[in-house]
Design a protein around this ligand. Structure first.
Ligand code: WQD
Length: 339
């Protein structure tokens, strides 16, 4: 299949482009490069031997999307990764988050439906689940918009609601909602990986920067949660497992609309991730306990059984695989793609 990846030059998009190429598909990237670098097309070519086309522009602009179809269409499918995704930042910038994360979807659908796509895969999130009593989250767990703690998560749930109604009147198009848990890790080559701008909000890239000496110490945001070791539990999933989940979703898409959790179902604590990273680097890392971070949940993790049953997909990589792959990427790219 020929697939347009909106936001495709980003962390998850590049890994998905590689997985699509390895499965014999033809990805085309559309990205505004606001949170990545066009170096990724060189890296993808080095890994796969194929130079994927990259259209630079805003996926919320119908003319930009039309230009992608004019230059590289027709497309069988669109995978929509293009979104702002920092939970904390979204609280401070709700207008930017709602506008960007919804307008991109609307533009991609206006053009995609008019130009005959058969499948639309949406990058959603496990943070749409609103009731911790439902843990481990299945796809039917409660999703109450007003209970969600931030505009990022709300924008993703609002997308899901809009996509459900739009697909209902476009039955010829399959819509798949992929709810990611915590994507971490890097391609085994160490040539592509997560490269957040500035000080990382997320734990794994922060630990990686401490490990290479770019940051002084890890702050553990609270060790008094109701969890086995007192630190927050998350369902970390290797980004290559996640990318392979997108290929399975595209290839197994059924008529209508379906949602799938993409996680491992195995929660890992903050201390557990740090200890895994210390095994990868071979020594302890500087760390100290800090106050809890506002908005953090004690625990979030999923039941991934529906994706295994219906897509024939299951995450296989362990937390040690994840931390070792990040350490490999960070060592080879101490300044990320900036070189
Ligand atoms: C993980 C744990 C923190 C940083 C992310 C994305 C969000 C969504 C889900 C896709 C928590 C603790 C963190 C640090 C720490 N992704 N922590 N020190 O908050 O689960 O959300 O995944 O939809 O977009 O933001 O991930 O990595 O920020 O936090 O102790 O310096 O690590 O308290 O328990 P989170 P995270």
């Amino acid at each position: 299949m020929r697939v347009l990846l909106a936001g495709g030059a980003g962390y998850i998009g590049t890994h998905t482009a590689i997985a699509l190429l390895e499965a014999g598909h033809e990805p085309v990237l559309l990205d505004d490069l606001s949170n990545t670098s066009d170096v990724v097309t060189d890296r993808i070519a080095e890994i796969t031997g194929t130079r994927v086309p990259l259209i630079t522009g805003d996926a919320a602009d119908d003319e930009v999307v039309e230009s992608a179809f004019d230059a590289h269409g027709p497309f069988d499918a669109i995978i929509h990764f293009a979104a702002l995704k920092a939970v904390g930042e979204s609280v401070a910038k709700p207008l930017e988050y709602y506008a960007n994360n919804l307008d991109t979807t609307y533009a991609l659908l206006r053009v995609g439906l008019a130009r005959g796509i058969r499948s639309f895969v949406f990058s959603s999130t496990g943070t749409v689940y609103s009731d911790p009593a439902d843990l481990p989250f299945t796809e039917e767990a409660t999703r109450n918009l007003v209970e969600l703690s931030n505009p990022y998560s709300k924008s993703k749930l609002m997308n899901e609601v809009a996509l459900t109604d739009i697909q209902a009147v476009n039955p010829e198009v399959n819509v798949t909602l992929l709810r990611y848990f915590n994507p971490v890790g890097a391609h085994a080559s160490g040539l592509v990986g997560e490269d957040p701008k500035g000080i990382p909000n997320n734990l794994m890239p922060f630990v990686a920067r401490v490990a290479v000496g770019a940051l002084p110490e890890i702050g553990i945001f609270g060790d008094d949660y109701d969890t086995p070791d007192g630190t927050g539990l998350r369902d970390y999933i290797h980004v290559v497992d996640l990318a392979e989940g997108h290929v399975a979703a595209l290839e197994k898409a059924q008529p209508g609309l379906a949602s799938y959790n993409l996680g491992t179902g195995n929660p890992v604590s903050v201390r557990g991730l740090i200890e895994s990273f210390e095994r990868a680097v071979g020594h302890e890392l500087p760390k100290s306990v800090k106050p809890r971070r506002a908005g953090d949940l004690a625990a979030t993790y999923c039941s991934p059984e529906k994706a295994e049953r219906e897509l024939g997909w299951k995450a296989t990589r362990t937390i040690d695989d994840m931390t070792a792959s990040v350490w490999n990427w960070q060592q080879k790219n101490p300044s990320g793609y900036a070189g």
